[in-house]
Every structure is written in C-alpha cells, then in structure tokens.
Design a protein around this ligand. Structure first.
Ligand code: PMP
Length: 328
C-alpha cells in the first residue's frame, strides 16, 4: 500500500521536468522542479509546513492557536491549508496589489484576510512588519515570519535540494531561481555547494529588486519595476544571509512573459509569473555557457493564479506588455 496521510503528507517529492522546447533550442538540459504540483499549489507549501511544525516543536503553537503572516499570497495559501488540516486559525496580511485570485482563494480556505496598501519595508505599516506587530498583540498566536525564520530555508535544504540531487544523480551544473524570502534559493544553493562546490549558483532577479546589485556590488540598489508577484526584495533577509551566489542575472517582464507563453504553447505548462523570470534566467545562462550543461530551476506555481493579469490581454495592454502571442 502507498497511502498519504492527509494534506501535510503530500507536500514535496515533486517531479523534475525537462523543459523540452527551451532544452532543444539551447542544447542544455533545462529542468524545472514542478512545485506547482504541491497540494496547496506552490513551492511555499514546503516552507509553510516547516514553519508550523517548528513552532509546534518549540511549544509556541498550541491547539486552537492562530498563525499570522504577511505574504504575497502563496505562503498564506500553504499556511491556510495546513492550519485547516491541523486545527489552527490563520490570519493573513496581504498587499492589495496581489492578484485577486490569491486573495479569493485565501478567503475560500477560511483564512481571515486583511488587504493593506503596498508600502516599502522601511514603512512600519509594510505588510510584513504589520503582521509581526499584530501577532505580538494577540493571545495564542505565532508569527510565521517567513522572511527571517530559518525554518523556511531548512525546508528547501532538507527536501527540495535533496530531491533535486537524487533526481539528477548529482549531475547539476547550474542552479538558478528568483527569491522572495530567499528560502528556496538559499536552501538549495547551500546544499548543492556542500555536495559539489563546482555547481554554479546564480540568483535570478526581476527589475525593481535590489538583490541583483547586492550580488554584483554588495549594495542594495534597485531600478525599474516588475509585474511578477512573490519575488524580488529590497533587503537581504536572514534566509538569504550567507547564501552562496556566484553570479546574478536580471530578467525583464517582456522576456519573462515571452518565456511563460512559450511554456504554455510549446510545452503545455501553464505557470505563474515568477517562473518566467526563473526559466528566463535558465535560458540566458544556457546561451552564455553553451550546449551540454544541466540547469535546474523552480516552477513555483500555476498560471491560473494570475489569469486576470498575466494571461489577460486588456490588463497586459494597460501595462504596455502585450506579447506577440495569440493565447491571451
Ligand atoms: N514565486 C512565487 C510565485 C512565490 O510566491 C514565491 C514566494 N513569495 C517565490 C517565487 C519565492 O520563493 P522564496 O520565498 O522561497 O524565495
């Protein structure tokens, strides 16, 4: 018998998919870890589980307790599912700029959702800082604190990275992904470098994020903006501290959308915006390095979470981002 014990037991062990059209074009093996197949629909299920189980082990989260978090959506969705499965309440603070699909789903899952204006981290009313303050003022509540809680990157070190290593028999040349909290990038980079220091770790960044300049120059400077959600940062989080980065690469929205639409039309994969940055970076690295390399990245979530934006002609036109494709 091979039976999973509920929601929590089905997180992880996702397939690693050869992205055929881009692999054939570049002569590299471009492999995407299918995190959109997690039961909550994103890579963040792994971090949500580790954060909740870490709080349980420490005795911080007790029966009937509430998990509070500031999130661009996916962590909240993972937390809300796990809270239902384990009998906790869930309170989510989310910037109002995030897709309506994610906000609606959080409410469907029974989370209490507070949408707040999107203001920078230095503002005390930033969604992350607000969520910490709210948690500290509540009885029997814990703050998930995904940006600086190292249980997040431990999830990826112990599970995502170990799976990638096993699935490729250790034959990885390059690891690249964009970062929100940095948990995925850092956890996998730390593990792969320990196994083989020759593996090149490259941080992928959308425009408007400060991490590209941080890797290149040591300073957090940002320019431009991006329509992608859940990635990019103005600061180096605890999860990113000490993460190996041999290089960084910036991908703009036009290229990210071209990649997303090609994955949809040529590979049959309907994926979210951050995947356009990740696979865009993998393709750029394949072209830089030449054929014969194996490049691994993350397929963070599915496209249906962004249907009203990235796959909607009218919305894209308002952003000046209408692609050549007929699909939207
Ligand atoms: N892509 C999407 C769609 C996300 O929601 C997130 C998390 N906010 C990421 C990528 C980045 O993952 P991490 O927080 O592990 O850096």
């Amino acid at each position: 018998m091979d039976i999973k014990h509920g929601f929590v037991d089905t997180i992880g062990n996702t397939p690693l998919i050869r992205l055929n059209s881009f692999s054939d074009e570049t002569g590299c093996e471009i492999l995407g870890k299918a995190e959109f197949l997690n039961p909550g629909g994103s890579v963040k299920d792994r971090a949500a589980l580790y954060i909740i189980e870490d709080a349980e082990r420490q005795g911080l989260l007790k029966p009937g307790g509430t998990v509070v978090e500031g999130t661009a959506g996916n962590t909240g969705i993972g937390l809300a599912h796990i809270c239902n499965a384990k009998g906790y309440k869930c309170l989510i603070i989310i910037p109002e700029t995030q897709s309506q699909e994610k906000i609606d789903l959080l409410r469907t899952l029974g989370a209490e959702v507070r949408t707040v204006p999107a203001v920078p981290y230095k503002d005390p009313n930033n969604y992350v800082r607000l969520s910490g303050r709210i948690a500290s003022e509540m009885e029997n509540a814990v703050w998930a604190n995904q940006f600086d809680n190292l249980a997040n990157r431990r999830a990826h070190y112990e599970t995502t990275a170990a799976e990638i290593w096993a699935q490729t028999d250790g034959k990885v040349d390059v690891w690249t992904t964009a970062t929100g909290t940095g948990g995925t990038y850092a956890g996998v980079a730390l593990y792969l470098k320990e196994k083989n220091p020759q593996i090149k770790c490259v941080l992928a960044d959308p425009m408007g994020s400060a991490l590209y300049s941080y890797v290149k120059t040591g300073e957090t400077v940002s320019e431009g903006s991006s329509v992608t959600e859940g990635i990019g940062n103005s600061r180096v989080t605890a999860n990113m501290q000490g993460a190996p980065a041999d290089d960084a690469i910036q991908i703009d929205d036009r290229e990210a959308l071209r990649v997303l639409y090609q994955l949809l039309e040529k590979d049959g994969l309907f994926l979210g915006g951050s995947v356009g940055i990740n696979v865009g970076a993998a393709v750029a690295l394949a072209k830089q390095m030449g054929p014969g390399h194996t490049i691994v990245t993350i397929l963070c979530d599915g496209g249906s979470r962004y249907q009203s934006k990235l796959f909607n002609r009218e919305w894209l036109a308002t952003k000046g981002l209408l692609p050549d494709s007929e699909s939207c």
